[in-house]
Each structure stands twice: as C-alpha cells, then as structure tokens.
Design a protein around this ligand. Structure first.
Ligand code: AMP
Length: 552
C-alpha cells in the first residue's frame, strides 16, 4: 500500500536568539536591567540596552569577528556581560563564557581548545590573565570592560581595547544576518572535576527551546511581572539559561556583579530592587539563612528561590521555609543546557508529602526524556523508587557530543546521554539522586549514598556543612568518612560521638561513618560544589585498628 506523507504547512522559522532580542526591543523596552556597583547600582532599561547591543555587534565586526568565531568572556554577572550574551550569538559568532574560578592551566587549556579570537574581560579580573601571557596565541584582541579604572599594571598581555570607546564608535543600528537555528550560539566548558574540561556547544535552536522550557509554569514560571536575581554565575551553564528567559518574558533583571557570595549584599539588593525570584546553588542559601537569622532581615516579595547544582539538604529547605523563602529544587548539568528536572509537588500530592516531593530532584521537564540504567548490564530499570542506576537523558537541548570530540562514549549506542548521576525514580516520576557514579561508596559489596549521608549529617543542629567520601578499608573495600564543618558558634564543641548518635535513627547502621573529621571549610569546586577530589587527595587513611565510632 502506498503511504502518502502530508507535509506540515507551517513556516520554517529559524529558532534563534534574535527572536529574544526582537522581543526586548519591541515589547519589553521598559523593563529594567540593574547591576550592583561599588556604590549603589547601575540602572538601565532594555530600551537603553538594545542600542548598545547593536553597537557592540558593530564593534565585534570591526574587530574582525566572523560567523562561527569564538568570543570569550571573563566577567561577572552584569549588564555588559548581558550585552555580549546577545550581540555575539545574534551576529553569528559563538559566546564562550570562561569560568573565573578555574586554575590558570585550565583557562589556558580551554581558550586554546576553543581557539577563542577575542576576549572580553572585566577590569577586576585582568589579574587572572597574567599567568596566561604568551600562552593563548589564538586571542587577537582583548577588550577591557571598566567603569573608568585602568587595567592592572604589568599584565603582560599587550594593549587592551576599551569597551565603551569601541561602542561609542559604532551605529545604533546593526544589520543582523539571517541565521540558521543549527548554528552554535554559545559554548561552556564542564568544570573539569575529572581530567580536562570539555566544551559543550549550544545551538540557537537548543537555546531557544530551552528558554521556552525554563519559562513554563511547572518549571521556573518566570513572567513579565517578575524581578529575577540570578546569583548563579553567567559562566556556569549560561547562568541556568536565566538571561534569555528574563529577556523572553520581559522580567526585570537584577545582577549582583562580583558580590555573589555576600549574603548581606544579596539580601539588600533583593530587597531594594523588589526581587521576586532568586536563583543559586545551596551554598549561597546556607550563608543567606545564617545572615537572615542573625539580622532579622526578611524578603517578603520573593516567591521562589530556585536552587540546583547540588542536592538541597532537608535542613536547609526547612530553614528557608521558616524564613518565608520557598525553594524550588531543580537538577541539571552543563550538558543539559542545564534544565533537566524540577521538583514541584505533582497534582494531588497530600500536604504532608509536599516537603519530601520538593526535596527530590523532581520530574523531568517537557521535551526531555529520562531513563535509569544498570551500571553493569546497561538494562533499563523500573520506576519503583527502589532500583537505582545511571540517569540517561535525551532531548533537543541535551548534548550529543563534546567540542573536538572528547569522550565519545558519553552517548549510548541508542543515542541517550550518560549523565554520570545515579538515581532512583519513583512510580510518580520523581527523580531521586543517590550520588555521582564516582562518589557512591562501595562497602562490603553494598552501596552507600554519600549524598544521603551528607544530608543526614547537615541536619544536625551544630553542623553547617558536611561532605562524605569513601576511603579504602582492608575488610569492607571502602567505608564512609565524613568531613564536617561546625556552625561558627559550635566550633570545637561538637564531638564525633554525638553526631553518630544523632544519625543512628536516620540511616542504616552499616551506613554510619567510620569517622567524623572536623574541618574549617569543605573545599569547593570552581562552581561551588563540594570538591571531593581534593578531600580524597588530602585524606589520611582510615585508622585500621581504631574501633569505628559507629560500632562502639
Ligand atoms: P555542572 O555541569 O557543573 O552544572 O554539574 C552538573 C552536576 O551537578 C550533575 O551531574 C549533578 O551531579 C549535580 N547536580 C546538579 N543539580 C543537582 C541537584 N539538584 N541535586 C543533586 N545534584 C545535582
């Protein structure tokens, strides 16, 4: 039988970031972009921003940037960085945001790997480039972004162009080229916790669809009536896609610039500018809770605190709830653009089950599909809330390869992306991350979730942060050892025994850590996650003969 295929008769409209720019110009001219400054704030509207974006595109062209060229940024969350977020991809080039917390050798590797042509740097960050002098030959021009202060002396990088001077020389109109939605718009490198960082390359199409996804009501639900304060860096997975989601919706944008880790500044900025949505990793909120408790400061206008990057400890969510700050837990990774799942209690959830639902990594977002697979056999596992395996995902904003072809095995033979996260999925579809594949602790042939143990320890009233790693053990293969940071007021006043006692009715007996080692601070990665690699490298072995605290 002959099959006749009927073609859809819709337009082949390219899904590009130029559309977001069009909305900024035509519909959202009045919305503000506010950036924290040393004194006060810098305030502008999208009607001020768009002509600057046009001028910047003209300047890029004059600097010799052509479609496909990589343009690097080493910058904080501020309006100039936002201008680059639009001008670079919309003129056909590729925005490459550099992580300013990386070691110089990683920055050097990344710039050379991406073959960046022009580099834009915020004035306070010029010093980071000093060790790279003479080592990044692909960079033809460096542009300094400053409010007037000159670049630090002796950076060894030759002449730097001035951002504002470049913009002033250009016209307010730019003839934006016609783009294909398959073209790359941006690239981000993974944080390189194992080996060298790898480049993830986003297309206009993936960023467009991701933006629509972020906005959905069951996802981040950002509307024109919101004021959004992204505390997640613009170099980390495109600030979770927030800049474009803000632009698409016409929300007000509030940037903290370099004061991202300062709870006082964040709370004051959020308060003064009427923020309704905040977004950042758990460590930011741990600091915020402490500050708000101490000062009595409250943020009644904030209705959502988006939190992802690592699991939210139960104690943190409870403290935030008590302060009137409702957390919205999300999971994702650089390779997933990054939105993967969002934890909103599903329809029909009983009030007493809501907190548990919000503490999961949530339900996979529309457009993305998920499955969990057995590490050894690769077989797909049931969604029964018991079986756990590697999360694999597929969808229009999920990476299919890394730049320059690194790690080709990240995709399964049937085209799913291996995330390296281990999870269960409940019958209702909630994803519950158990661990990273490399962090699960194997004790006597059984698995222990370092994440669950950490959460249990961080619920102790005297503990601020805790990271758990598996250390080699002659009998059990590996045993958990916890590194705990007491709250400042309990420094030196909390014992291993009392923490173990506290854990006894919360985790299985054989999960109890062999040791609790008290430290001043948990080492963090460049994107603010517990750096277990550093902990492992510096950890003294488990004392063989000492009776573990757990089994006393
Ligand atoms: P990155 O690419 O640096 O954003 O790191 C992505 C990784 O962070 C994921 O693969 C997870 O291991 C971890 N991660 C992100 N969000 C969460 C979350 N909500 N809960 C637990 N782990 C998370």
């Amino acid at each position: 039988m002959e099959v006749s295929v009927v073609e859809g008769l819709m337009q082949d409209y390219e899904l590009s970031l130029q559309h977001v720019l069009w909305r900024l110009e035509r519909l959202h001219g009045k919305s503000e972009v506010v950036t924290k400054r040393e004194q006060g704030v810098h305030r502008m509207t999208n009607a001020d921003l768009v002509p600057r974006i046009n001028r910047l595109a003209g300047a890029l062209k004059r600097l010799g940037v052509k479609p496909g060229d990589r343009v690097a940024t080493l910058a904080f969350n501020n309006y100039r960085h936002l201008e680059l977020y639009y001008a670079v991809p919309c003129m056909g080039a590729v925005l490459h945001t550099l992580n300013l917390r990386l070691f110089p050798q990683h920055l050097e590797f990344i710039i050379n790997d991406a073959q960046d042509k022009v580099l834009f740097v915020d004035q306070p960050l010029v010093g980071l480039l000093k060790p790279l002098a003479g080592k990044i030959p692909s960079i033809e021009k460096i542009v300094l972004m400053t409010d007037g202060a000159p670049a630090a002396e002796g950076h060894g990088l030759g002449e730097m162009l001035d951002y504002e001077t470049l913009l002033n020389a250009e016209s307010e109109d730019y003839p934006w080229p016609k783009l294909s939605e398959r073209m790359a718009g941006a690239m981000c490198y993974t944080s390189g916790t194992t080996g060298n960082p790898k480049g993830v390359v986003y297309s206009h199409r993936s960023q467009f669809i991701h933006t629509m996804g972020v906005l959905q009501k069951d996802n981040l639900a950002i509307s024109e009536t919101d004021s959004v304060l992204p505390i997640v860096p613009m170099f980390h997975a495109n600030s979770w896609g927030l800049p474009y989601a803000i632009g698409m919706s016409g929300a007000k944008c509030i940037f903290p610039d370099r004061w991202m880790g300062d709870a006082k500044v964040i709370c004051e900025l959020a308060d003064q500018e009427g923020a309704t949505i905040l977004a950042g990793v758990p460590t930011i909120w741990i600091g915020t809770v402490a500050y708000m408790k101490e000062t009595g400061k409250r943020l009644p206008k904030v209705h959502t605190v988006v939190c992802g990057g690592s699991a939210i400890p139960r104690a943190l969510m409870e403290s935030m709830d008590a302060l009137g700050l409702r957390m919205l837990h999300a999971w994702g990774m650089t390779e997933t653009s990054p939105l993967g799942s969002v934890a909103r209690p599903r329809a029909g959830t009983k009030p007493e089950d809501e907190l548990n639902a919000r503490l999961t990594q949530g339900v996979i977002v529309p457009a993305v599909e998920v499955r969990i697979c057995d590490a050894a056999t690769g077989a797909e596992l049931p969604w029964d809330g018991v079986a756990f395996g590697e999360i694999q995902v597929r969808g229009p904003w999920i990476a299919r390869a890394y730049y320059n072809g690194y790690d080709p095995d990240k995709l399964t033979e049937d085209g799913w992306f291996r995330t390296g996260d281990v999870a269960k999925i409940t019958p209702e579809g909630y994803i519950q991350i158990v661990d990273r594949t490399k962090d699960v602790i194997k004790s006597g042939g059984e698995w222990i979730s370092s994440v669950e143990l950490e959460n249990a320890i961080m619920a102790h009233p005297k503990i601020m942060e805790a990271a758990v790693i598996g250390l080699a053990h002659p009998k059990w293969d590996e045993r958990p050892v916890a590194f705990a940071v007491p709250k400042p007021e309990f420094k030196g006043q909390v014992t291993q025994e009392e923490v173990i006692e506290f854990l006894k009715d919360k985790v299985a007996k054989w999960w109890l850590p062999d040791e609790i080692r008290f430290i001043d601070e948990v080492p963090k990665t460049s994107v603010g996650k517990f750096d277990k690699k550093v902990l492992r490298a510096g950890a003294v072995p488990i004392k063989e003969n000492a009776a573990p605290a757990a089994r006393k």
